[in-house]
Design a binder for this molecule. Sequence first.
Ligand SMILES: Cc1cc2nc3c(=O)[nH]c(=O)nc-3n(C[C@H](O)[C@H](O)[C@H](O)COP(=O)(O)OP(=O)(O)OC[C@H]3O[C@@H](n4cnc5c(N)ncnc54)[C@H](O)[C@@H]3O)c2cc1C
Length: 267
Amino acid sequence: MKVVVCVKQTPSTTAVFRVQNGSVRWDDPGGKPNVVNPWDEYAIEEAIRLQEKHGGDAIALTMGSEESKEALKTALAMGCTEAVLVADEAFEGSDTLGTAHVLAAAIRHQQDVQVAVFGKQAIDGDTGQTTIQVAVKLGWTPLTFVSEIKELDPDAGTITVERLLEGGKETVSSRLPVVISVVKEINEPRYPSFMGIRKANRAEIPTLTAADLDLDAGSAGKAASKVDWANVYELPPRDTSVEIIEGDTVEEKVKKLAERLLAEKVI
Ligand SMILES: Cc1cc2nc3c(=O)[nH]c(=O)nc-3n(C[C@H](O)[C@H](O)[C@H](O)COP(=O)(O)OP(=O)(O)OC[C@H]3O[C@@H](n4cnc5c(N)ncnc54)[C@H](O)[C@@H]3O)c2cc1C
């Protein structure tokens, strides 16, 4: 069976963002490099588990810069059998629909994929739109917020999953191929093994361009973007002040604090 897992490289969770000349920039105070989108670690784990159970390939796929290969190496080190980078200047400035257009073409390019796995959202763009848009572009069934794959029969071409809802869970069956997004309840992502890291460092990761995917210039990237980041700005700093509540005992300080909070209508 062929499974593709879409992985996005994102800033680390401790990165500090700022706006510079209308663009969002970030640094990590501890110097941490960019990481695999944390939600995608669950998607990678699930793709590997499917490959281990049913055989075939678990292919990690990223649309991004050359630097995004680091995210693909993490996926390989965890156990993905292949990794593919999709990169082209023509894709720069893509909105989620443009990203989905390219990812759908790259998934189609792998041929005979039965399951495409995504994280529930990316921690930077944070829209959660890409998964559904890829499903629409491919014409496959989207199964979102999956917390368990209960049954998958590649020969019969069927899948049954449990989906997490706000107030409970539901079980849904579909015919393959499907696009699924997973939530953290689905599994416990493994750590890359030492052997896996060595294998990943030696791996040749192919790059697919717009021409390889037969994509017209202008079908993705800034020119095709329907969303324009016309005005990106930082919120002005909040006007705050600090007051130290004095007192001889803890009890006295707590009493004064409670009175202050009541007077300010905080409680
Ligand atoms: C340089 C730059 C310029 C941009 N310009 C614009 C712009 O002009 N207009 C605009 O609207 N947006 C722009 N964006 C945002 C960009 O379109 C989104 O970051 C991207 O489409 C993914 O959306 P998201 O982060 O909300 O992911 P979500 O939809 O939250 O991600 C859901 C899941 O989709 C998968 N996924 C998402 N992105 C990728 C990817 N690249 N490769 C593989 N899998 C992926 C992951 O599994 C992820 O968990 C820009 C981003 C960059 C880096």
